[in-house]
Design a protein around this ligand. Structure first.
Ligand code: BTN
Length: 156
């Protein structure tokens, strides 16, 4: 029995300790992460502010794009969307529409909030930008598609 004790200790450390370490890493993530509320900047330099998330996941905000398809002056434009409430990984999906104030186009974004290994939140999104066309025959060329990645500007 005396000889078996060191063996049992080593066996315990080998089998149980790694599991404990993994649990600790996950516990370090704040449960508040991946709530969309706050200020974000994307890879094009566009800025987005999202106001409080309502209980049902709905939200509104403002979008200031850094680029535009028109030569008109760019204005901050309202957005409206909805987020699934954070799940156990705090990495919920969301979508929102931007109603551009300075032109007659509309954008929709859909994406997911991820928490990187450094604990930083990243929004991975895809978007559609619908342009206005005069006639139905031009419908085929009216929609652009792309990706944007957003990072939080300031910590909450
Ligand atoms: C327009 O030019 O018709 C309105 C502005 C569109 C800006 C687009 S939306 C997708 C992409 N991501 C951005 O941050 N800006 C562009």
């Amino acid at each position: 029995m005396v000889q078996a004790t060191p063996f049992l200790v080593v066996l315990f450390l080998a089998l149980v300790a790694p599991g404990l370490a993994v649990k600790k890493v996950h516990a370090d993530f704040s449960p508040l992460q991946c709530i969309l509320t706050g200020e974000w900047k994307n890879d094009l330099g566009s800025n987005m502010t999202i106001y409080d998330i309502k209980e049902n996941g709905n939200f509104s905000g403002m979008y200031l794009t850094a680029v535009a398809a028109t030569k008109r002056e760019i204005l901050a434009s309202p957005l409206r969307g909805s987020q699934h409430l954070p799940n156990q990984q705090n990495q919920s999906t969301f979508g929102f529409t931007v109603h551009w104030s300075f032109t007659n186009t509309t954008s929709v974004f859909t994406g997911q909030c991820f928490v990187g290994e450094n604990g930083k939140e990243i929004l991975k999104t895809m978007w559609l930008l619908r342009s206005y066309v005069d006639k139905m025959e031009d419908d085929w060329k009216a929609t652009l598609v792309g990706y944007n990645i957003f990072e939080r500007l300031e910590s909450r």
